[in-house]
Write a protein that binds this ligand. Structure first.
Ligand code: NAI
Ligand SMILES: C[N+](C)(C)CC(=O)CC(=O)[O-]
Length: 488
């Protein structure tokens, strides 16, 4: 079966699924009766294209093909994954499964984005209940990794494992919810917080803005990296969770929450909340807020990536899945040409107030290209842990063209000198055929013990000699060896 996904319902969530699959190389076929669906998905895709590819430090596969279909039966033909994201109404979802199961491949996985229905409710009366499973995502689906994967006993183990594999392959973190329950796991928390927040506004204790500050200035950031239990374990000090529970256990019986005591959802309450929300955020359009949200999420997730923690660890695992074949080794590269040493998309957090990639990030990209060149000649992590490495002695960057978030960039590296302890490389950065910048670096091989220059291993010498011989015919690059001229 090809990597084809069918998206049934292309609103906020279906659009996010479409973007996630497309940008990970899947063909996507959409069915949505809304005449505006194509435009709406286009806008979600614009957001996804600027934010998702740069989350990876390796290139994503080439984008898949997107098509829109007038008939649901046509959209699901040949699809390995069918994602249902129609409005949260059980009768509508059941009707949709009936129609699509008559036309789809019996081996295809049918995932439902339902926020709260149990999978057994979705499977009831279905032609093939074993095909249907809850795959509950989080908005924005193209950035957030969590999928609550909720099967029932009707779903074969093989299908659950295949679903996990597909979800991981497009960068998700499938959380297998082993016991079905209304609203799964995460939405139960969101409901509890939402309910309490409605009370606080209704009773005039806090405005919508004050509640948002209470979340984002404190526990919201903390939750994003450690969740609830690990955070509270740390809050218990050296005695950990037991001490935390002893200290705060009694508070559970104090009037700290109203919980199931739901405020009456009157027009007055809706007006109060909506008016406060307009006063808080009405100066931004929804598209602007989506972009602000995406900028922040990308920055936070890439910070977690550097720590290899939480959502950041999931991103690293996805990079590892994509990595094979991304950059050539010494044996694979055409050594007679500058060697491909970096291929990636510009991350959102590399852009600045001028709306383009910041000057400092060119050095970050060239430094990554130098690291890759070191790996190619044999100065990899294993070699470095044996005590040898390179230190950079000098860099010179020329900026020629600007580049924006999401654009694919490549760096090709020519070795100008690789002899003894000296390594002199010239990097050229491209977006397509456009030369964006050049970066020239001079490095010295060092002993990490003495911190002084030292000769490299014979195998590094040999690799450099091979490249020097192969690249001997290349012209000396225009721009190499130059510096900023004295103003005349
Ligand atoms: N919006 C959110 O924050 C989240 C929503 N969900 C769930 O995702 C599902 C979809 O929600 P949203 O995308 O927010 O709703 P939405 O209203 O933005 O999109 C629903 C789409 O389904 C289309 N549709 C209606 N009937 C259809 C049919 N018979 N066949 C195909 N398409 C049809 C509509 O035209 C619309 O484009 C719901 O089950 C919801 O609970 C899950 C996670 C988060
Ligand atoms: C509000 N909601 C129940 C639709 C939320 C979700 O289902 C998940 C999310 O993205 O917050």
């Amino acid at each position: 079966m090809t990597n084809t996904a069918a998206i049934i319902g292309g609103g906020v969530i279906g659009g996010g699924w479409a973007a996630r699959f497309l940008l990970n190389g899947w063909d996507v076929r959409v069915f949505d009766p809304d005449p505006e669906a194509e435009r709406k998905i286009g806008e979600v895709l614009d957001n996804a294209r600027r934010s998702l590819p740069g989350l990876s430090d390796v290139p994503l596969p080439p984008e898949g093909a997107l098509s829109f279909h007038e008939e649901m039966a046509d959209a699901v033909q040949g699809a390995a994954w069918i994602q249902e994201s129609v409005p949260e109404r059980l009768d509508l979802k059941l009707k949709v499964y009936k129609g699509l199961q008559e036309a789809c491949d019996p081996g295809a996985i049918i995932g439902s984005s339902t926020s709260g229905f149990k999978p057994s409710e979705l499977q009831e009366g279905a032609l093939r209940p074993e095909q249907i499973v809850v795959t509950h995502p989080f908005n924005p689906v193209y950035l957030l990794p969590l999928i609550e994967l909720v099967p029932t006993g009707a779903n074969p183990l093989e299908m659950i494992e295949r679903a996990q594999e597909v979800l991981k392959s497009v960068g998700f973190f499938p959380l297998h919810v082993k016991k079905e329950i209304d609203a799964h796991i995460a939405d139960r928390f969101l409901e509890a917080v939402w309910r309490e927040a409605l009370w606080l506004v209704k009773d005039g204790v806090a405005t919508t803005e004050e509640i948002d500050e209470a979340i984002r200035m404190g526990f919201g950031i903390r939750w994003g990296q450690m969740g609830l239990f690990e955070t509270y374990r740390v809050a218990g000090g050296e005695a950990g969770m037991r001490h935390f529970m002893a200290q705060f256990g009694p508070a559970l019986k104090w009037p700290w929450t109203k919980l199931m005591d739901v405020p009456e959802f009157t027009d007055e309450l809706v007006d109060l909340i909506a008016d406060q929300s307009d006063a808080q955020s009405g100066m931004h359009s929804i598209r602007e807020l989506e972009r602000i949200r995406d900028n922040n999420l990308v920055g936070m997730m890439r910070a977690l990536k550097a720590q290899n923690w939480g959502a950041g660890a999931v991103l690293n695992q996805h990079d590892a899945l994509l990595k094979p074949g991304a950059l050539p080794s010494l044996e694979q590269a055409d050594l007679s040409q500058p060697i491909l040493t970096l291929s990636r998309a510009v991350p959102l957090d590399w852009t600045d107030y001028n709306g383009h990639m910041n000057e400092a990030k060119y050095l970050e990209a060239f430094a990554a290209a130098t690291d890759r060149f070191m790996e190619i000649i044999g100065c990899d992590m294993e070699y470095i842990s044996s005590g040898g490495s390179y230190f950079t002695a000098e860099n010179h960057i020329r900026y020629m063209n600007e580049v924006h978030a999401g654009a694919k960039i490549e760096v090709r590296t020519q070795m100008l000198l690789g002899q003894g302890k000296k390594l002199h490389v010239f990097h050229s950065m491209y977006s397509g055929e456009t030369l964006l910048a050049t970066g020239e670096s001079f490095l010295l091989h060092v002993s990490l013990e003495t911190r002084r220059p030292s000769p490299p291993s014979p195998s590094i010498e040999a690799a450099m000699a091979r490249i020097a011989e192969a690249q001997a015919g290349l012209p000396y690059p225009e721009g190499a060896g130059v510096a900023i001229r004295k103003p005349s």
